[in-house]
Design a binder for this molecule. Structure first.
Ligand code: MN
Length: 418
């Protein structure tokens, strides 16, 4: 990749470099909701650039950036969104004086600290996959049979379930401990109350940018045309509620009370430089799931816990998106192979991303091995699951040859049950 230099000051280790330029929706005390691109500690207000004619040759619909979601912008198609992102990149280059020396510059560049980030898309439907072999194996070992941890279908199709879009919330929104029904193996009859095993799931989610018609399917070769970008995804889970309710139809109230996402959508184009092949699939998958080329990405993922009052967050997990057994092209091809249609702004999460080592497990369930091995925090405290007042923070970034593209973070505090 050729080196790019920008006139914007980029703090060291910033996720929002000139190579990234993710899209998000923000507002602040003065500004109504609008679409911006993050760079360093700033947000480029695309609506101001548009009003000043910086996109006039792209013939964009009027007010396309003065929206409270990215849906209409994404629906213009990748050809247009790519041109918008490339135009912004060009305007931010050191040698380009057009915006650098323009009197409007101060109005275009908004302080990220003063902005409130909103949910980036209106999410129509949300699907959660289960695509990390290490995660599925760990869960299988704990709850079923250590000898046959993976169920017979697992290596033949990307297992998933339909989740709930209404409770997907942006970073910074805190949640209450959910209440529900549970029956532990040692209990004679079920009980009702606040969950006693609150957990996070470290995931990435992709957002679809192009609709399909009912009855149509998307091949693995076409799949990436339908994917706009990614966000970090914390799939909050109540393990005790989940364990009691999930047979035979899968997760329900143990999952649908909240999922937290990072607000900046990192485009597939920005991640292109970090492509890698996924794990070799054995046995060979059916023809509709086979794919050419590298469809995975080398993205470092981390989860942190910050107890109430603690000065510092403790990292409890380091994982990587590249561990995923099933890639995004296979997930989308499988999702639509039966003719299930998708819409712009659908969200499809990866499933918990665990790696091969004990410190790379993407949930407390695995890190504490079902509560049998407490995890030490830097404060000296221990955790088996998430406690009231804990803030869970997830971070993700790709880095290669000095080029960094990151997601920022998703954070949310667990408040006591209502
Ligand atoms: Mn999940």
């Amino acid at each position: 990749m050729s080196e790019l230099k920008t006139w914007v000051e980029i703090p060291k280790n910033s996720d929002f470099t000139i190579y990234n330029l993710p899209f998000g929706v923000f507002k602040n005390k003065r500004l109504s909701p609008r679409i911006g691109i993050a760079i360093g500690d700033k947000i480029v207000d695309l609506s101001v650039l548009d009003q000043e004619g910086f996109f006039s040759d792209l013939f964009l619909p009027e007010g396309i950036f003065l929206q409270d979601s990215l849906n209409e912008l994404i629906a213009l198609g990748k050809n247009q969104t790519r041109k918008i992102r490339e135009r912004v990149q060009d305007l931010l280059l050191t040698d380009n004086e057009k915006l650098r020396d323009h009197s409007i510059r101060g109005k275009v560049m908004v302080n990220r600290k003063e902005a409130e980030m909103l949910l980036p898309v209106k999410i129509g439907d949300y699907t959660d996959f289960y695509s990390s072999m290490e995660h599925a194996t760990n869960v299988g070992k704990m709850f079923r049979d250590p000898e046959n941890a993976l169920l017979p279908n697992w290596k033949h199709l990307p297992v998933g379930y339909h989740g709930r879009a209404s409770s997907i919330i942006p970073s910074g929104v805190n949640i209450h401990r959910p209440k529900g029904q549970f029956k532990d193996p040692d209990m004679e009859s079920p009980s009702f109350g606040p969950s006693r095993r609150m957990d996070f799931e470290l995931e990435l989610a992709f957002i679809t940018g192009k609709p399909t018609k009912l009855g149509d399917s998307v091949s693995t070769a076409e799949a990436e045309d339908y994917i706009f970008g990614f966000v970090l995804f914390n799939d909050w889970s109540a393990r005790d509620i989940q364990a009691w309710e999930y047979v035979p139809l899968g997760p329900f109230l143990g999952k649908n009370f909240a999922s937290s996402i990072s607000p900046w959508v990192v485009t597939l184009e920005a991640l292109d430089y970090f492509r890698v092949e996924g794990p070799k699939q054995d046995p060979e998958v059916l023809p509709y799931l086979q794919c050419e080329g590298a469809h995975s990405f080398d993205i470092n993922l981390e989860a942190y816990i910050q107890p109430e009052g603690a000065k510092q967050a403790s990292r409890v997990c380091r994982s990587n998106f590249k561990y995923m057994y099933w890639n995004i092209a296979q997930q989308l091809a499988h999702h639509t192979v039966n003719g299930c249609n998708i819409n712009v702004g659908d969200m499809m999460a990866s499933g918990t991303i665990s790696g091969p080592t004990e410190d790379s497990f993407g949930s407390m369930l695995e890190l504490s091995w079902k509560g049998s091995k407490p995890v030490k925090l830097e404060t000296g405290e221990e955790r088996k699951f998430i406690e009231d007042g804990d803030t869970v923070i997830m971070k993700g970034y790709a880095e290669k040859d000095g080029v960094r593209v990151g997601f920022g973070e998703v954070r949310s505090k667990l408040l006591p049950a209502k």
